[in-house]
Structures are given as C-alpha cells and as structure tokens.
Design a protein around this ligand. Structure first.
Ligand code: C2O
Length: 344
C-alpha cells in the first residue's frame, strides 16, 4: 500500500543531533482543521517560468526579496511563515511523524522514490505562498543552475548581506565566485576552475544519463506503507544533490548548518534555489529518452502528503498530481544543457 499522509496531531520532537538546538518541527495543526484534496490550478492560470538564479533581473529580484521579507514577517504560527515553511522540511526528514498505523516507524521522504515528488510539491506551495504575499500569480522561484558553468557558484543574489535571501550560516570560503564542486566531500579541490567545470559536467552526464537508465536508478527505491525508511536514493539525490547541500553549509558549525543538515537546510533561502534545480533535473530527465517516465506502481502514484497552501488550507496531495509541471502551471527557463555531450 502507498505511504499515507502523517497525522499532524501526532508529532514528536525531531530526531536531530544533540548538538543541534532544541526545536520543534511540527506543522501548525489545529484540531478539526479540514483537509482538502489537491486540485491543480486552472489550465488558464499563468505559467510561472522559473528563471536561472544567476540571470534574474532587477525587477524579479525585487519581487522575490519583497516576498521573502513578507514571509519572514508573518506570525510564527501562520503555516505560511518562513519559520513554518522550513520546519515542514525538518518534519518530513527528521522523524517528527510516524507512519500512520505504524508507531515507531519514521516517515522519511528522502532516500527513496518519494524524494522528487515530495520536494516538487514543497516548492510548488512555497512559490505560491510567496506569489500570494506580493499579489503576483506569475511569481516564480529562481533555480540554481549548477549544471552549467555560469551557475557553478553560489548565486550572487543569495550572498548580498542586506538581502532577505542572505543567510549567515554558510561556508565563508564558498562565497561567489568560488567554483562549486558537484562531488564535494568536505575538502576543497585545488584543481583550476576550467578543470573543475569539466569534471562537474562529466558528473552531470553520469548522474543524469549513464547512472539513470532505469526508473529506480533515477528516482530511488520503492518505499511503501510499513517499510523501513531509507531504502536507497536515486542518482541525482545522491550526487549532486547531497554534496551541494554540504558544500553550502558552514563546516565549522556542529552539523554543517544550515544547508548541510536535514533539520536546518530549508532555513537557508538558497535551499529553494538548489531544489529548483533538483526538480528541473527531473523535468529534464523526463525529456531525455522516451522510456524516462515515472513508475506505474500505484504505491508510488497514490503516496500522499499534507501541505498548507497559499490560503493556509491544509491540502492532501498525491504523487500522481505532480507528474506534469505544465498542469501545475510552472516551467523552467530554457538555458541549455552543456553536459549533454560531456560523456566521461
Ligand atoms: Cu529534502 Cu535537499 O533535501
């Protein structure tokens, strides 16, 4: 059977390292809150075109900054507040919820076939909340275009200290224009930039093509009701998704906060740009070969989660509802795929 949405009334303190601050990741939940089933936006709704973060223009940046700043000003118990938004990620990754009907069995949406769909919905609602705060139904989150040379550094819009997109808990040595290593494992390589870029492009080819020829290899392993968490991640979730997290966080903090640890990752606005590109990799993979579709298994298609939408309604979503970005009314700026010919 498919994974069921969590019971928000039954939320535990997260399972995070002792060196992390004491915190709750539970979603706002009021007894009796009505749960509505997800409905896609009308086909006539404007298409949100997510831009590459390094190409964002002044006008778009101003909107984005205003939206994030308004989100940060919402009362903390508003499910649309920045504080609640990052906790959603912590809750679904750090054992705040058990699987319904399986006490002591953690609900974990990483390291399995739920990774791509769960994060697609997470960004979908986050983007719509931001858009709503500035009254703009075309607002689109930027993506960190780390698969192309011009995107292989922390996007500068996140590094401006006076911007609401700034976060102080990042690796001070990895500020733009320092070159990103898509396979970062804790030590900075000393190879020249051109060589690092070349290596990154070959990593992209490997993770998107050579190592992603089967559905499970790309999405991750099946994870069904009653299963132990972490059956295994897909190619892109492993690399570069994981290394980019660790590369961004501050290694001198106990858990690589913020980006280097599940519980704190989404406190960094750059998280949403990183996951924009992770989601874009799914979108691109779908178009690479005719066989690159999702699973047909109902335990994947009917797996369900809960999110708050832009009107603070609690929505039940199923994986099958997120498979087509155009039905969700978003797409990605076409910036080319320089790794397509980077066969190792
Ligand atoms: Cu939910 Cu990038 O992790």
């Amino acid at each position: 059977a498919p994974i069921q949405p969590p019971d928000l009334q039954d939320c535990h303190p997260p399972n995070i390292p002792d060196s992390a601050p004491d915190l709750s990741c539970c979603l706002t939940s009021r007894t009796g809150t009505e749960i509505v089933d997800f409905k896609p936006p009308p086909a006539s709704a404007p298409l949100r075109v997510r831009p590459a973060a390094h190409l964002v223009d002044q006008e778009h940046l101003a909107k984005y900054e205003r939206a994030v700043s308004l989100m940060k000003q919402l009362p903390d118990d508003d499910p649309r507040s920045f504080g609640q938004q990052w906790r959603v990620h912590c809750a679904y990754c750090d054992a705040a919820y058990d699987q319904v009907g399986f006490p002591n069995l953690d609900l974990q949406i990483h390291n399995c076939w739920l990774f791509f769909p769960w994060h697609r919905f997470y960004l979908y609602f986050h983007e719509r909340i931001l858009g709503k705060l500035i009254n703009d139904d075309t607002f689109a989150l930027p993506f960190w275009n780390w698969d192309a040379p011009d995107g292989m550094a922390l996007p500068a819009i996140y590094a401006n200290m006076s911007s609401p997109l700034y976060n102080e808990r990042r690796n001070p040595a990895h500020q733009p224009p320092f070159t990103l290593d898509l396979d970062y494992s804790g030590t900075d390589s000393t190879i020249p930039r051109e060589q690092q870029i070349d290596q990154n492009l070959r990593i992209m080819y490997r993770q998107m093509i050579s190592s992603a020829k089967k559905t499970e290899l790309f999405f991750g392993q099946p994870y069904r009701q009653g299963d132990q968490p972490d059956p295994g991640a897909g190619s892109v979730e492993n690399v570069p998704h994981g290394p980019v997290h660790v590369w961004t966080g501050n290694p001198s903090l106990p858990n690589g906060e913020d980006m280097g640890n599940f519980y704190s990752a989404a406190r960094d606005p750059a998280f949403f740009a990183h996951h924009g590109n992770v989601d874009r990799m799914w979108y691109i993979w779908n178009g690479l070969r005719p066989g690159n579709t999702g699973f047909t298994d109902a335990d994947w298609l009917d797996a369900a989660f809960l999110f708050y939408d832009e009107d603070a309604r609690l929505v039940r979503v199923r994986v099958r509802d997120c498979l087509d970005p155009s039905a969700l009314r978003f797409t990605y700026q076409d910036v080319g795929l320089p790794w397509l010919n980077a066969k190792p």
